[in-house]
Design a protein around this ligand. Structure first.
Ligand code: A2P
Length: 278
């Protein structure tokens, strides 16, 4: 057991999860299996990652039972809309071999299509039916969050955002705190081809604490009560990224990492730029 974060719907979520973006369907059983063996109890996939069946295979073969795992998937943009969202959730459950998800997210608001409110209503219905325990969103700006809350009265449990030392999302964190929406951080190490992994400060702090820059970054997220979702296609890195429970970053050093923010004040990319992505 490792730390969990309480959600606004009474459920809890393991604070560290294994992200599987860009993991091939064929590699997923082995890599996700290794992550579960390493101790992860939270797996974050998406319809758009095209690897749900492989993740499902890993869950079926896992050394722990289904009820010890927290499984998230996300709705593909092209499946937005009330009926198609419900239909595609059923298809996700079938591919994963599960009778429910722990968390289901709208992957992007895709505001150009303006279907995210109806889609949110479908997720509320899916939760009422017990097919998902918790519901949330991803890549939503405060204006999108406000709209679904205003129109349904249901506050998402989480919003999953890109968040790492070089892009700390300071301008919207308070909004999430006020609404009791937990932030899940994707690309917590800076994403593909991250320059943060050899950032001099993170290397220095790694040496100080006897940890890698990746472990320092994950610890920085954990100490701010963020949910953190590092990904790796390499089992040994998955193991390394889970080995973060035996040290604490001193507050002065947290402040120094805070100083790495290079996108403070800038907003998320316009989600419609990414409509094609997932
Ligand atoms: P790989 O899959 O080849 O291991 P994130 O998207 O979570 O921010 O991660 C950024 C990249 O860093 C990933 O694409 C991953 O590539 C790589 N990575 C993950 N964990 C580590 C690690 N512990 N050390 C170095 N690189 C890592």
């Amino acid at each position: 057991d490792y730390p969990t974060i309480p959600l606004n719907d009474g459920k809890t979520i393991p604070q560290l999860g294994f992200g599987v973006w860009r993991l091939d369907e064929a590699d997923a059983p082995r890599v996700v299996g290794a992550a579960i063996d390493a101790g992860y109890r939270h797996i974050d996939t998406a319809q758009g990652y095209d690897n749900e069946a492989g993740v499902g295979r890993a869950i079926k073969d896992a050394s722990v039972s289904r009820d010890q795992l927290f499984v998230t998937s996300k709705l593909r943009n092209s499946h937005q809309g009330y009926d198609s969202a419900l239909r595609s959730l059923d298809q996700s459950l079938e591919r994963l071999g599960l009778d429910h998800l722990d968390l289901f997210l709208i992957h992007w608001p895709a505001p150009a299509h303006d279907r995210y409110v109806d889609t949110w209503k479908a997720l509320i219905e899916a939760r009422n039916q017990g097919k998902v325990k918790s519901i949330g969103v991803s890549n939503f700006l405060p204006e999108h969050l406000k709209r679904i809350i205003d129109e349904t009265g249901v506050v998402p449990a989480v919003n999953q955002l890109e968040l790492h030392p070089a892009w700390q999302q300071r301008d919207i964190r308070e909004f999430h705190r006020d609404k009791d929406i937990q932030i899940e951080c994707y690309s917590p190490l800076g994403g593909k081809d991250s320059k943060l992994l050899d950032n001099p400060l993170l290397v220095e702090l790694g040496e100080k604490y006897g940890k890698s820059p990746a472990q320092v970054m994950i610890r920085w997220h954990l100490q701010q009560n963020l949910i953190v979702l590092p990904k790796s296609s390499k089992p040994e890195r998955a193991v390394e990224n889970f080995d973060v429970w035996d040290f604490t970053i001193e507050s002065d050093d947290i402040t120094r990492i805070d100083g790495l923010d290079r996108r403070d004040g800038k907003t998320l990319p316009q989600p419609n730029d990414n409509n094609e992505l997932f």
